[in-house]
Design a protein around this ligand. Structure first.
Ligand code: SIN
Length: 495
């Protein structure tokens, strides 16, 4: 374990110092690597840790540990699995402040948001612990005289799970907890930007009593580790949250062993505001959806599609709110927006804004980098008016604090613009007209739709997308079923 030699080391910040881990967790042991990867605090660019890179060899070792552990874990009673998951949930909640500190340090989101994420992440563990006892098949009628049929649900096997940096805790628990409940074993590869929270979760999993090899967390070279997880015949499924480009690559790699994939990929969420909507509520909803985690979520509002009659009123309501949002270090109590994950993200977001400006859009507020001013990868919360479908900001997943308004008159054109993207993850509609609720929610191609609601994710509901936003659902009973094989058994007729 290496701690960077600074007075404010991570370990010193934590109540439970043992939660700060930098080695990988394989087969119940902490394992060092041949190399290390630096982890940065995006709020100030400083190196906060050096994490062991266990690379391909570590991935092979972790898959072997998970494969061996599967033989016993799949036979552990669901009631016992449920108890261990409940213990993990309890330990995660008890360590809420420490986990939140790790999230803010390595990812940048505000400490308040990080606390929220830990609670959100734990809710998937609690839900899965309860659901573990309710995974069952059905009896079937068959056309064969005297016979009986039934289905059973069995765990898929070893699952490789590749998770993103924007929710370093919740995206792990949303995949792992249902998989563990179903009886699968896990090899988790967290994003290189945010390994510390993942390794802390591994420490808590060990304390919760998961047998060695059931939960493995490995850090290091992404292509090498991803290559093992997607090509090993011992890994039966790969779950990934991240960009559509990487999702496509993993899917291609997984094809060689016809591996099951669950992909939660990019989004380009339309946030539709109809002229009968409560505009103040719509503005509050946009702030919540767009500026949560500084716009760095797959379900963030990406395009504000507004009927012209209420557009000026909405722009004014948004400008008033956005101008009060304060970017700053996530640990400062008055910060509303943390930094973007790194300087590359600042440059990418700024290019989108500048392209919109050059193409004739109006920058109502923001529209500038704050990195030199604030000393980290910050960007000003921005409102753009006069967006058009051809602008880069409309065609790309922004992943930053940029809201852009598209004025569209008819329902037909609103549906057309909303669907004019390869993505189909989340969408939002603000209206008080029940006819519009049905026509719009049925007309747009999105896996999750919030009506007068800016946030959709919950442990009990299906999270996932259509089109190039992914395959499969996380959360609820659907999230557990993803990790099971449905087996059909026929008992022949008895004379
Ligand atoms: C994501 O950005 O992938 C997850 C967002 C959420 O669960 O709300």
């Amino acid at each position: 374990m290496s701690v960077i030699d600074r007075p404010d080391t991570i370990a010193e910040r934590l109540d439970d110092k043992a939660l700060f881990r930098t080695d990988s967790f394989i087969g119940g042991e902490w394992v060092a690597g041949d190399a290390t990867t630096e982890v940065f605090n995006p709020a100030n660019g400083q190196v906060i840790a050096e994490v062991a890179d266990v690379g391909e060899a570590g991935a092979i070792k972790a898959v072997a540990a998970a494969t061996a552990a599967f033989e016993t874990w799949k036979k552990v009673s669901p009631f016992e699995r449920s108890k261990i998951l409940m213990k993990w949930n309890q330990l995660i909640l008890e360590a809420q402040s420490d986990l939140a500190k790790l999230i803010t340090l390595e990812m940048g989101k505000t400490y308040r948001e990080a606390h929220g994420e830990v609670v959100y992440g734990a809710s998937f563990v609690e839900w899965s612990a309860e659901e573990a006892k309710r995974i069952h098949g059905e009896t079937l009628d068959t056309p064969f005289p005297g016979s009986r049929g039934w289905t059973i649900r069995q765990p898929v096997g070893v699952v490789g799970c590749i998770t993103p940096w924007n929710f370093p805790v919740a995206m792990i628990t949303r995949k792992c907890a249902p998989a563990l409940a179903a009886g699968c074993t896990m090899v988790i590869k967290p994003a290189p930007e945010t390994p510390l929270s993942a390794l802390a979760l591994a420490e808590l999993a060990k304390r919760a009593g998961f047998p060695d090899g059931v939960v493995n967390v490995i850090c290091g070279d992404a292509p090498a580790i991803g290559g093992v997880l997607t090509s090993s015949p011992d890994v039966r499924m790969v779950g990934f949250t991240g960009s559509t480009a990487v999702g496509k690559l993993l899917m291609k790699q997984a094809a060689s062993t016809v591996k099951r994939v669950a992909l939660e990929l990019g989004g380009n969420a339309p946030f539709i505001v109809m002229d009968d909507a409560d505009i103040e509520k719509a503005a509050d909803g946009i702030i919540a959806s767009k500026f949560r985690v500084s716009g760095q979520t797959c379900v963030s509002a990406n395009r504000l599609i507004v009927q012209p009659k209420v557009a000026d009123q909405l722009v004014a309501a948004l400008e008033a709110r956005i101008s009060k949002l304060k970017p700053g270090d996530g640990f400062a109590s008055d910060s509303d927006l943390g930094p973007l994950i790194h300087m590359g993200a600042v440059e990418r977001v700024d290019a989108l804004v500048q392209q919109a400006r050059e193409a004739g859009a109006k920058i109502v507020t923001g529209g500038k980098r704050l990195d030199s001013e604030l000393g980290g990868s910050f960007y000003a919360p921005t409102l753009i008016d006069g967006g058009t479908a051809a602008m880069d900001v409309a065609c790309n997943e922004i992943f930053g604090p940029i809201a852009s308004i598209y004025r569209v008159e008819t329902e037909e054109d609103i549906i057309k613009l909303a669907n004019d993207t390869p993505y189909g993850l989340a969408a939002y509609i603000y209206t008080r007209d029940v006819g519009r609720v049905h026509r719009l929610s049925e007309g747009i191609e999105y896996g999750m739709i919030g009506i007068n609601a800016p946030m959709v994710g919950a442990a009990s509901t299906p999270f996932g997308g259509m089109k190039e936003s992914g395959i499969g659902r996380e959360g609820g009973k659907w999230g557990v079923e993803e990790f099971t094989e449905l087996k059909y058994v026929l008992l022949g007729g008895v004379d």
